[in-house]
Design a protein around this ligand. Structure first.
Ligand code: IMP
Length: 191
């Protein structure tokens, strides 16, 4: 079985990806290869950040690998928080990050937004990218207790519930991450 390193230590992400990809590839985490480095994420786009992860891993370990970067883009905030989604308020405290988004959107009626994921794959000496996006809007107050990040304030287009009100199964079939991972899986499995 071909080994592929996933630039993550998030066990949940790893399981989700392994389940979609099946048994053709054995997905290993950073911990599995003994990598404890803080891989830089200093790009201005999701693609640059995802690419930084695979460039770093390939330079150091010479192994085929992939990495992802995601975030929320809000039109009325010129695409913010974007690559700064995890620490928009200056801290990783998601309550503060959500408060800042809601404050900056106060009084605004145009509330269109999207979640995006970009995956960078380095395989057999070649660079590939896979993208997933889900359109929606930001509501004025939090709703729901499931999920993570900005889920309580995001309603996907065509739905009535926020991501935080949906079951994990429902969110995971329509999310930006699921779309990008499915494209990666289709590529790996058909290749
Ligand atoms: P990551 O690149 O997947 O770690 O995502 C970066 C940040 O974007 C997270 O810390 C969250 O704040 C936000 N984010 C990414 N995906 C989601 C999601 O599915 N729901 C809510 N927030 C998300």
């Amino acid at each position: 079985m071909t080994e592929l390193i996933f630039a993550t230590n998030n066990a949940h992400k790893l399981e989700e990806v392994q389940a979609i990809i099946g048994d053709k590839f054995a997905i290993k985490s950073l911990a599995d290869i003994g990598c404890e480095d803080d891989i830089p994420e200093t790009g201005e786009t999701f693609q640059e950040n995802a690419r930084q992860k695979t460039d770093y891993l390939f330079a150091k370990y010479k192994l085929d690998c992939f990495g992802d970067d995601s975030g929320l883009e809000i039109d009325a905030l010129n695409g913010e928080p974007g690559v700064y989604s995890a620490r928009y308020s200056g801290s990783r405290d998601m309550e503060k990050n959500i408060d800042l988004v809601l404050e900056r959107l106060e009084g605004k009626t145009h509330r269109a937004a999207r979640f995006k994921t970009v995956i960078s794959l380095f395989l057999n000496g070649k660079q590939h990218y896979f993208e997933g996006a889900i359109e929606g809007r930001i509501i004025a107050e939090r709703r729901g207790g499931k999920g993570f990040g900005y889920d309580p304030i995001f309603i996907p287009e065509g739905y009535q519930q926020t991501f935080a009100e949906m079951s994990a199964e429902e969110k995971n079939t329509i999310s930006h991450r699921a779309i990008a991972v499915q494209k990666l899986a289709d590529f790996l499995v058909s290749g």
